[in-house]
Design a protein around this ligand. Structure first.
Ligand SMILES: [Zn+2]
Length: 439
């Protein structure tokens, strides 16, 4: 193994920068970005003028609080008024765009954003750093269904990141449900070092039905990885089915935000704080929470030329650890609790869909079940109400009681379970609405 391959970080100097130096770097980059967006983007000019703030007011990270926090709603409002698909955020002439991507639009219509050639190079480097942390190395062979089947998504740049660090990328899935047929059947013999998965339910079902053992097909397979919120229950199922460790990464395609686990941080994800400034605020008041407390993640893009968002609401509830990690990185580790929109308040306890999944998916009848939290219009509610699909079961009363008791024991709130058909809560093939509101 060469020196390069054995090193812990893709960019050791940046990854271990003392936090005081990191802070100074963030300050310089923040000042540049505030000036850039104010002088070049119609959205930010209007947004900051309304808030009465000028670029000269922000002289470093200590002044960040002077900038208003922006949300998806602010962007959509601007787009409706202006007709601009970039929502007024584009800071360069359109002919300087080297890449154009869009958001998934899970919570409304998608937004369009892009990258200049310099941005493209920076993204490739940032994603190489992220992928190095999950275990990708020069000479490795891996797949990338995002570049093959979802080029519109910002995270399709993970393929470019893998190439940047010297891996060979097979991007042949014509559909993101084809990860197993493509990489364990068509490409048997390629000797993959890692496989980028997407739909665990579909993939594991296919492997079981076709008696496929991944480590027999690819004897040097070292790990699998993906970019979704991964509960403990999901990780356990994945590692058992694939026979190798699972490594999580991913944050958001919208701002090409890379984040990934190291072997010590899991399930928390390291961010690149020289590239993104992180804050945690109370979702209702938008005031900063105490250091280390739980709240909504706010991200400021410190590098992009084309479409940087500053103080952008990510809608995820997180907790941040800024202490130096055992891997040597001084960059923050972010613990995801779940989506604020996918939570209900039971008494004084906030219960997230991930908490429920962690319980349901450990029961054989509800492994990979589609499920839903029922949110009563008036919060808080007295009990947790969970609707779930089940695989074939003879005694439904017994199952309902067992699941209800387990939810109660493990989450500490009264719980009732309703068994439903997939058609009652299903959207598409595997996506489902995790919360439904009831009067
Ligand atoms: Zn670490």
């Amino acid at each position: 193994m060469s020196d390069a391959e054995s090193r812990v970080h893709w960019d050791p100097q940046m990854e271990t920068l003392p936090r005081a130096d990191l802070r100074a770097l963030q300050s310089d980059r923040l000042v540049r970005q505030v000036r850039r967006v104010y002088e070049n983007s119609a959205f930010f000019k209007q947004f900051y003028d309304r808030a009465g703030v000028k670029p000269a007011d922000v002289r470093g990270v200590q002044d960040l609080h002077k900038l208003p926090i922006m949300s998806k709603d602010d962007l959509r409002e601007f787009r409706v008024a202006s007709g601009d698909p970039f929502c007024g955020t584009l800071c360069v002439p359109r002919n300087q765009l080297y890449r154009v991507n869009k958001s998934t639009g899970t919570s409304g219509s998608p937004d369009v954003f892009g990258a200049t050639r310099a941005d493209f190079d920076q993204i490739a480097d940032n994603f190489a750093r992220m992928l190095w942390r999950v275990g990708l190395r020069p000479g490795h062979r891996t797949n990338n269904w995002l570049e093959a089947a979802m080029t519109w998504h910002g995270y399709s740049m993970t393929a470019e990141g893998a190439r940047r660090l010297g891996a060979t990328v097979f991007a042949l899935e014509f559909d993101n449900r084809q990860v197993v047929p493509t990489n364990l059947e068509l490409l048997a013999g390629v000797d993959f070092d890692s496989i980028f998965i997407y739909h665990p339910e579909i993939e594991i079902k296919y492997m079981r039905e076709h008696d496929i053992v991944p480590t027999q097909v690819h004897p040097n397979l070292k790990f699998i990885y993906s970019a979704f919120l991964c509960t403990d229950a999901r990780r356990t199922i994945l590692e058992r089915a694939w026979g190798v460790p699972y490594r999580n990464m991913g944050s958001s395609g919208d701002q090409y935000i890379p984040a990934s686990e190291c072997e010590f941080s899991a399930p928390a994800l390291h961010f690149l704080e020289d590239q993104f400034l992180l804050e945690v605020v109370d979702s209702d008041t938008l005031e900063s929470v105490e250091q280390g407390a739980e709240g909504e993640l706010i991200v400021t893009n410190l590098w992009a030329e084309a479409t940087p968002f500053l103080r952008y609401r990510m809608e995820d509830v997180v907790q941040i650890d800024e202490s130096t990690c055992e891997c040597g990185s001084t960059h923050a580790r972010v613990n995801y609790r779940g989506r604020y929109a996918w939570s209900v308040l039971v008494g004084t306890n906030r219960v997230f869909s991930d908490d429920v999944e962690n319980v349901l998916w450990t029961h054989p009848e509800t492994e990979f079940a589609a499920y839903q939290l029922v949110k009563l219009r008036h919060q808080p509610q007295d009990e947790l109400i969970v609707r779930t699909t089940v695989s074939e079961v003879s005694n439904t009363d017994e199952l309902r009681t067992r699941l209800g008791n387990d939810l109660h024991d493990r989450l500490g709130v009264p719980a009732v379970v309703e068994l439903v058909d997939a058609s009652d809560i299903g959207i598409g093939t595997v996506k489902f609405a995790r919360v439904t509101v009831r009067d």
